[in-house]
Design a protein around this ligand. Structure first.
Ligand code: PMP
Ligand code: GLN
Length: 381
């Protein structure tokens, strides 16, 4: 038979991490920290395994974590959130995104997305039979294409997917850009799924504002956070969604059938993390900014043209000054095999005809490792 078992490809993160492992390369491709998050959080999770309940927690999440998510929304964004009807815990932001798409989209609905795209959005949206409308921001400035956005929205638009701070570009959408998007949502009576997993990673003078916090956006947005990112525990896969009751009940229906619940000990531990003093969050941001600066400086010395990263774990580098003949994927393979440093090609985050001379490096690593990566690249180029 000619049955096709899967229409899905392999993600660039898996591909490049496997190549990095094969060649003993420093993996600055896939985004994950090389130091685990706070011991206090991990201890609570460990205690929970031995002394707590290991059975199904409530479908919407443990009350203490949902309360902590609501309090975090109030503390950082001034959002008044009812933890019972407006907060749900998921197994990572990845599940949260899947729940939102499954819960909110029907076949034929149009979804506006901004390339470069995080890789899990399109496969699910397409599988549902919804219709993606792609607009793009491009290096080096990642400017918002307002005319294209206006053209992409229509009466059929159900959702906008907005990732800010944005992976892989490092763009943090400013208030003015958000207001523009809010205007389009209102005009077309559409909703937004806001992927804000990097909400605490914005640098220099930039600030993160949830689209949900803008006027008239409270009822139109589902806002997604991730403990993996906020507490440097990417393997835990604890996500949380904040959305008005009407949206939330549709999203929760999907969650019932995707995972139903999420490990209770991890939920309890993340609740404690979200309640941490302000200092945890500001130190986390400042440390990450310092690591960004180390890598940006080093890559500049190697000869890359490093673009500004306003937020996230990532920076983008233009390798054309190095004189390499080949595209971004070939460059990433080359530096993995020949220099022992791995990045991911920026073009992989576009459906087609992406930029070909830019790569994404991850800087959520200890300064010594970043220094070693830079030394290897200097020795090679
Ligand atoms: N969205 C973006 C933009 C991400 O970069 C990631 C993680 N790399 C996720 C979602 C998924 O987060 P989680 O690990 O919590 O599922
Ligand atoms: N979010 C991480 C990145 O962008 C990787 C997640 C994954 O491997 N799926 O690098």
């Amino acid at each position: 038979t000619n049955t096709v078992l899967s229409e899905y490809g392999t993600t660039i993160f898996t591909t490049m991490s496997a190549l990095a492992a094969e060649h003993g390369s420093i993996n600055l491709g896939q985004g994950f920290p090389d130091v685990d998050g706070p011991e206090e959080i991990r201890q609570i999770a460990a205690d929970g395994l031995m002394n707590g309940s290991n059975q199904y927690p409530p479908m919407m999440g443990l009350p203490e974590l949902r309360q902590a998510v609501a309090a975090h929304n109030k503390r950082f964004y001034g959002l008044d959130v009812d933890w019972q009807s407006e907060v749900m815990v998921t197994s990572g932001a990845t599940e949260a995104l899947c729940d939102c798409f499954m819960g909110l989209l029907n076949p034929g609905d149009e979804v506006v997305l901004i390339e470069p795209l995080y890789d899990c959005y399109l496969p699910i949206i397409r599988h549902i039979g919804a219709v993606p409308k792609l607009v793009r921001v491009e290096p080096p400035h990642w400017e918002l294409p307002r005319t294209d956005l206006e053209a992409a929205f229509s009466d059929k638009t159900k959702l906008l997917v907005l990732n800010s701070p944005m992976n892989p570009s490092g763009k943090v959408f400013n208030q003015e850009e958000l207001s523009f998007l809010a205007g389009l949502l209102e005009k077309h009576d559409a909703y937004a799924v806001c992927d804000e997993v990097y909400e605490h990673l914005y640098f220099d003078g930039h600030e993160h504002h949830p689209l949900m916090s803008l006027p008239n956006m409270r009822e139109r947005c589902a806002r997604i956070g991730s403990a993996g990112k906020t507490f440097s525990l990417t393997g835990w896969k604890i996500g949380y969604i904040t959305a008005a009751p009407a949206l939330m009940s549709a999203i929760a229906k999907a969650h019932q059938f995707v995972t139903f619940t999420t490990p209770p000990n991890l939920q309890k531990a993340v609740a404690a993390g979200l309640n941490f003093e302000e200092e945890y969050f500001s130190t986390f941001t400042a440390d990450m900014q310092a690591q960004r600066d180390i890598l940006a400086q080093g890559l500049t010395e190697v000869g890359f043209k490093v673009l500004e990263s306003e937020g996230t774990y990532f920076l983008t580098a233009d390798f054309s000054p190095l004189g390499f003949e080949g595209d971004d994927l070939e460059f990433c393979r080359h530096i993995t095999i020949e220099a022992g440093v791995t990045a991911v090609p920026t073009g992989a985050f576009y459906q087609s005809d992406g930029p070909t001379k830019f790569v994404r490096f991850c800087f959520c690593k200890q300064p010594a490792l970043l220094g070693e990566a830079v030394a290897r690249l200097k020795a090679h180029f």
